[in-house]
Design a protein around this ligand. Structure first.
Ligand SMILES: [Zn+2]
Length: 212
């Protein structure tokens, strides 16, 4: 059982780690974690390398702020994920460069954007549907995410970036990092003659490591 204090520190540590490695920049990207009676959410307009554990937004079970700074304006994306996924304990959303690049390609499969490049992608992400583009602040984006979130813990927002849930904060961060690296590999390999994993190889990996 992770205490709220430990969760706050983990969010700050992961925020700095992801920012320092170029996975997010400016004040983009946000991280949240589920508590028994609400959520912790990174604040709006703060770079992820400058988070203060005491100032994270604390929301109640209805999504109303009860302490800390105002939450990210994208908190509705996180809550849409949690409402459809009762066993998800954390959600991470980034505008990470390679994932965003892939989300802008004209010829991707919107049902499942990336091919099975490695076993680790199959284990940590599995499949990745594309959510159509909505302008910032359009709340119908939450409905579009909710529609897919029951079946998918990772979705890619068109011309925007990935939203990934996990059964723990470690799992959510691990999955979004795997997604970003896979997007980078996909862009490197896209014009090459490539062997992706075969459907049999993917089925074998899924049997050995059922998705969490
Ligand atoms: Zn965003």
């Amino acid at each position: 059982m992770t205490t709220e204090t430990a969760l706050r520190e983990s969010i700050v540590r992961y925020g700095k780690s992801m920012f320092d490695r170029g996975l997010t920049f400016g004040s983009s990207g946000n991280i949240s974690a589920r508590l028994d009676d609400g959520w912790l959410m990174t604040p709006t307009n703060v770079a992820l390398d400058r988070l203060d554990p005491a100032r994270l937004a604390r929301l109640d079970a209805r999504g109303q702020r009860i302490s800390g700074d105002p939450p990210t304006k994208e908190s509705f994306l996180h809550i849409a994920m949690y409402r459809e996924r009762q066993n998800s304990r954390a959600v991470v959303h980034l505008h990470s460069t390679h994932s965003v690049a892939v989300s802008c390609l004209a010829d991707i499969n919107p049902q499942d954007v990336l091919p099975p490049v490695t076993a680790y992608y199959v284990m940590r992400v599995g499949s990745l549907p594309l959510v159509p583009f909505y302008p910032p602040g359009d709340m119908t984006l939450a409905d579009a995410v909710a529609k897919l979130a029951g079946k998918h813990h990772a979705v890619l927002l068109a011309n925007h970036g990935p939203v990934v849930a996990g059964t723990s904060l470690d799992a959510a961060v691990g999955a979004i990092e795997e997604l970003e690296e896979t997007a980078r590999l996909f862009l490197l390999l896209r014009r090459e003659k490539t062997r992706w994993l075969t459907p049999e190889q993917v089925a074998d990996v899924r049997k050995r490591y059922p998705p969490g």
